[in-house]
Design a binder for this molecule. Structure first.
Ligand code: TYD
Ligand code: MG
Length: 461
């Protein structure tokens, strides 16, 4: 038996030290060092993932290869039934990748992963849970509907035991719920501690890279919104997904914050229902669905892009005379500095008296957006509320507004036009620079090109 050894670990960044330190030299945080027992067991007795000798996939010995000889097909992805997840991952699950999915308790991480496990009909899936019993998982699986006979459930938290089962079962995909409940016999501190999380992730990483089996990890989130455990966890994995949303509302958003195999600007939208998560493949419909038949003032529809996906969103503004000395400006889902700028442009270039008014802005549906193409919709909503004149329901807007009140071009206008047309809008205000070189007759929507903010405002009101 090896001698017991302890080390101090920074709970913030995972740095280690042989003695306690008040301030972490690596991340600069104070009072984050905690003593943990680190004991190396005899590696012959229990080890981390050890490849079986006969496995053909493991016979590769890495050698340098010219980049031109490396073939692209090596990264064939596993496309799931879930279009939203595929999009967020950049086209499906990459073999041998380690994906971390984080989110607040109760948001639906386990539901999402079990649903994915159930939908991979052609594959053998191993769902390892350290959080719930087999019966609880079965109950959830029943709520989700059709069951996949190739989906195996294992309630185990010791990584060596998990690898033993993996060795027998040889799954095609592994799901771990959650990384904070795992513990490895190689390190002797409690589950969820920095050294355990790091060791378990390292073992899973080694397994994924050596066998090509993708591993999906569920991770908890701390109060400040970061994934619990050391930052190093996020560095070790290939992809980090965040599952977020208001628990009181049924919509959930899956975002990528890191992706080695695709863009990080993609976004997936789900709705939590009685029988699991439903993909929302046309989010504009839900974002706009709460509009009533009548036209209300202070509302404008902006055509924005989230990643590659066009979205039509409702921008709501409320402009009221200020009751206190300094007027309030508040924005939800939109950058408040940008709102201030647009209000200054409206005041200076269009002569509106906003200095004595409170301005509240809200992007409906709880989304956070930073596409400059929303500028024109924000201006239109503010003016509509100020004058109490509604904007016609068939109108939408997509343009950036510059400091001198000029209307600037936005990217990928054809996609925005296409989406607006699909949703039944009849008219779209855009920049005159966007209109050049665009075959306007192709769209069944009337395009109103404008050069200055005043032109748009006089056209709308
Ligand atoms: P869960 O996946 O357990 O969350 P997490 O793993 O992120 O902690 O989801 C829990 C919530 O989802 C719970 O409040 C119940 C709700 N739910 C539904 O509304 N419909 C369903 O079909 C399922 C399985 C869960
Ligand atoms: Mg869970």
């Amino acid at each position: 038996m090896a001698k017991i050894k302890t080390l101090y670990f920074c709970q913030n960044c995972g740095a280690q030290s042989v003695k306690w330190i008040g301030r972490c030299p690596s991340c600069g945080e104070w009072n984050t060092y905690v003593e943990e027992v680190v004991q190396k067991e005899d590696t012959k007795v229990a080890g981390s993932w050890k490849p079986p000798t006969a496995a053909p996939t493991l016979s590769k010995v890495a050698k340098p290869r010219p980049v031109s000889e490396i073939h692209y097909e090596e990264e064939a992805r596993i496309a799931t039934q879930d279009g939203e997840l595929n999009r967020v991952l950049g086209g499906g699950i990459v073999p041998g990748s380690l994906v971390l999915i984080g989110g607040e308790p109760g948001i639906g991480k386990s539901t999402l992963m079990l649903q994915i496990a159930m939908s991979l009909r052609r594959l053998k899936v191993l769902y390892v849970s350290g959080e719930e019993s087999e019966q609880q998982i079965k109950m959830r699986a029943e709520r989700l509907g059709d069951q996949h006979p190739g989906c195996y459930i294992l309630t185990e938290t010791n990584t060596q035991n998990i690898f033993k089962q993996i060795d027998q079962l040889q799954p095609n995909i592994l799901i771990i719920d959650s990384i904070q409940t795992l513990h490895s016999g190689l390190v002797e501190s409690g589950a969820g501690s920095v050294s355990q999380v790091r060791e378990c992730t390292a073992e899973l990483l080694k397994y994924a890279k050596e066998t090509g089996v993708p591993v999906m990890l569920i991770g908890h989130i701390t109060k400040d919104g970061s994934i619990a455990g050391p930052k190093i966890l996020e560095h070790m994995v290939d992809t980090v997904l965040q599952f977020e949303g208001d628990r009181h509302l049924s919509y959930r958003i899956l975002r990528t914050t890191k992706n080695r195999f695709g863009s990080t600007s993609e976004l997936g939208i789900y709705e939590m229902q009685g029988a699991g998560l439903r993909q929302v493949s046309n989010p504009s419909e839900i974002l706009l669905s709460q509009r009533h038949g009548e036209e209300l003032s202070g509302m404008a529809i902006g055509a924005t892009l989230e990643g590659n996906r066009p979205l039509l969103v409702e921008v709501q503004a409320l402009v009221t005379p200020a009751t206190y000395g300094t007027p309030q400006r508040s924005a939800t889902g939109f950058d408040s500095k940008r709102l201030q700028m647009l209000l200054a442009v409206l005041e200076k270039r269009s002569g509106l008296r906003l200095g004595q008014h409170d301005v509240f802005l809200n992007i409906a549906g709880g989304l956070r957006l930073d596409d400059p193409a929303l500028d024109l919709a924000v201006c239109a909503a503010v003016v509509s509320s100020l004058n109490d004149i509604p904007i016609r329901g068939e109108v939408c807007l997509a343009a950036e507004v510059g400091l001198s009140g000029e209307i600037r071009a936005v990217s990928r206008l054809d996609q925005r036009l296409g989406e607006a047309e699909k949703l039944g809008f009849a008219e779209m205000y855009i920049s005159q620079f966007n209109a050049r070189g665009l075959d306007l007759a192709r769209y069944g929507i009337r395009v109103q090109p404008a050069g200055r903010l005043d032109e748009v405002l006089s056209g709308l009101f």
